[in-house]
Write a protein that binds this ligand. Structure first.
Ligand SMILES: [Zn+2]
Ligand SMILES: [Zn+2]
Length: 276
């Protein structure tokens, strides 16, 4: 068994930020994309560039209906159908599906419920609720190779549920959206500042740092700081919040930290599978 399936878990953040989000999670035998907020062309080009052009894509896991998460969905669905000769399902909640515009709705939708685990090949896909200002948003945890990988962005506040999911992860892609001072002192109109900082907006560096400190588990090895605002954050500030939290939690030595980017994909993170 072990030799047949002994492949590394690979996680590649293809794009992250308010202009588009997409992350690949796979192990050579099965794989998923989380969100497709960049163009289908960019998704496929970036996978190619990272050496993942032939990596399996068995589903696309959608978090919510904002354009930076679904903008490329319809076209990507058609491209994957053409490329693979079969429909790749786009998994989303009913609230998300109902809120999608026709021009972004993919041809192959499968409905899921927050809290309802989906088995796909040997992957376990776990959508869970997050507080965000849309119909029925979720974040996703994916279990493969004995690891849990989580993509947790677009949430206005840390919740106990999010903290519990975070505790189980080996690889966490976690939102560090804005620096509170930069946001409040910046050029955004007042209503937008209020929306971002609200309990259904986005996590600040400080909120994400506190969540990390409280929700850090023994298994965490890689942390990717995600969905940074171009306007209201700086990578150095997000990094300082994250490394401070890891230091306070006594985990600086075992967790590697990277900042995801909008324009350039991160090299795939790899972890040996530990259990089949
Ligand atoms: Zn977003
Ligand atoms: Zn959003």
């Amino acid at each position: 068994m072990a030799t047949l399936f002994s492949r590394d878990v690979q996680v590649a953040v293809l794009a992250s930020g308010s202009s588009g989000n997409c992350t690949y999670i796979g192990d050579g035998h099965a794989g998923v994309l989380v969100d497709c907020g960049i163009s289908a062309k960019q998704v496929l080009a970036r996978l190619d560039r990272l050496g993942l052009g032939d990596a399996p894509i068995d589903a696309v896991l959608v978090t919510h209906e904002h354009g930076d998460h679904v903008g490329g969905a319809r076209v990507l669905c058609d491209r994957l159908h053409k490329r693979l000769g079969r429909w790749v399902p786009f998994l989303m909640t009913r609230g998300t599906r109902d809120a999608l515009r026709d021009r972004t709705t993919p041809a192959a939708v499968e409905l899921v419920s927050a809290g309802g685990v989906v088995e796909l090949k040997h992957l376990r896909l776990d959508p869970f609720s997050v507080p965000h200002d849309v119909a029925d948003p979720v974040a996703w945890r994916v279990q493969l190779g004995g690891h849990q990988v989580g993509v947790i962005t677009d949430l206005g506040r840390p919740t106990t549920l999010v903290q519990d999911k975070l505790r189980s992860l080996s690889i966490a892609v976690l939102e560090f959206n804005h620096d509170f001072e930069l946001l409040m002192g910046g050029a955004y109109p007042w209503h937008l500042k209020q929306r971002i900082r609200s309990s259904h907006g986005h996590l600040s560096n400080d909120q994400a740092g506190e969540l990390l400190e409280r929700g850090l588990g023994e298994s965490l090895r890689h942390l990717v700081l995600a969905h940074l605002s171009d306007e209201n954050n700086q990578p150095a500030r997000a990094l300082a919040a994250a490394t401070g939290a890891l230091r306070r939690a006594g985990a600086s030595d075992r967790v590697q930290v990277q900042v995801a980017e909008q324009r350039t994909p991160l090299a795939p993170i790899r972890l040996p599978a530990v259990d089949w």
